[in-house]
Design a protein around this ligand. Structure first.
Ligand code: SF4
Length: 325
């Protein structure tokens, strides 16, 4: 398969579908594959780079048993445990990230869902940020009802995050307290409310390459606009603690074929950036058009400032609010 030719066809409207033989993505020359992915990214996303930041609004004690996650009460990790954060603390974090040039700010909470008093606190803080901040507001609060999505939307949130994590086939090997179908339903409900949906997954959890291809196709079928790709950073105390981290070439190949399969989406670098050279520099030249950033992601060593500097050097356009460094 000539992947550079395929890239041109995709730019001319071809879309890769379930049932097509996509195994060439796993064996083709990585340099060629990345070159094609970079062309597709430029064609559909231009040189805009989307930078998002998050705050962990409620941490730990989660009833769910996702094998990769430090916050599950089923595992024994050193994760911080706290209830819904103070409103001022969240607003200050949003304003600080806005000032540094991030495009988005998300409240992420542990747990199967966010309900009751914590959901009300969350709505109140989003309403306040809607008034006081210019940054786009995003949320990742688990399985919400249509009514909750409506209230969140009214409170100024524009994008909702719900990862599908992996393929439908492999999902039950990763989590048994909820289903892949519940995730799909949540995504569809969020889309019906008019949210931009951010959904991707984690690679390196023991899945096959075919599972990764399947995940990319499922996201295309759902019409996902933002796709975070995490590479597993095994956490001591979780069932995946002994898995080896992925080699950089595998991460780069995955990012590149996600771009071919989801040509117009924001392919977003997330956890595991430090497994790549210079915090993922090569990924931005091989299909990625977005990244999670922030001074709280201390394990990666990157900050909003260092990301802005690196991305400008690579020729990307950043939010006009981003300071000249
Ligand atoms: S539902 Fe979320 S917080 Fe809970 S274990 Fe799974 S990933 Fe972690």
């Amino acid at each position: 398969m000539d992947v550079v030719k395929l890239a041109r066809e995709i730019m001319n409207g071809r879309r890769l579908k379930r049932g097509e033989d996509l195994s060439f993505f796993l064996t083709c020359d990585l340099t060629e594959l990345r070159r094609g992915a970079d062309e597709i990214r430029k064609h559909f996303c231009g040189n805009e780079m989307d930078l998002c930041t998050i705050i962990n609004g409620r941490s730990g004690h989660c009833s769910e048993n996702c094998k990769y996650c430090a916050q599950s009460a089923h595992h024994h990790t050193n994760c911080e445990v706290y209830g819904f954060l103070d409103q001022d603390k969240i607003v200050q974090a949003a304003l600080a990230n806005e000032k540094e040039g991030a495009d988005r700010f998300a409240i992420v909470t542990s747990g199967r869902t966010l309900a009751g008093a914590d959901f009300e606190k969350c709505i109140a803080v989003f309403k306040r940020m809607q008034q006081e901040c210019k940054i786009e507001l995003c949320a990742s609060l688990g399985f919400l009802t249509a009514e909750q999505f409506h209230r969140l939307h009214q409170a100024g949130v524009t994008s909702y995050h719900e990862n599908i994590e992996t393929s439908r086939r492999y999902f039950p090997s990763i989590c048994t307290t909820h289903t892949y179908e519940e995730k799909i339903e949540t995504i569809k409900t969020a889309k019906k409310e008019g949210f931009c949906v951010c959904s991707g997954g984690i690679i390196g959890m023991g899945e096959t390459w075919e599972d990764r291809l399947d995940m990319a196709i499922s996201l295309a079928e759902l019409g996902i606009e933002s796709i975070p790709i995490n590479a597993l950073m095994p956490i001591p105390g979780t069932p995946l603690e002994h898995l080896p981290t992925l080699p950089p070439a595998d991460i780069l190949r995955t990012i590149a074929f996600f771009r071919y399969i989801n040509p117009a989406a924001n392919i977003r670098l997330a956890a595991g950036r430090k497994l790549l050279k210079n915090d993922g520099e090569e990924a931005f030249l091989g299909g990625a058009s977005a990244t999670i950033t922030g001074n709280m992601l201390t394990t990666s060593g990157s900050t909003i400032k260092s990301d802005i500097h690196m991305l400008r050097q690579l020729g990307f356009k950043l939010n006009p609010r981003a300071p000249q460094l």
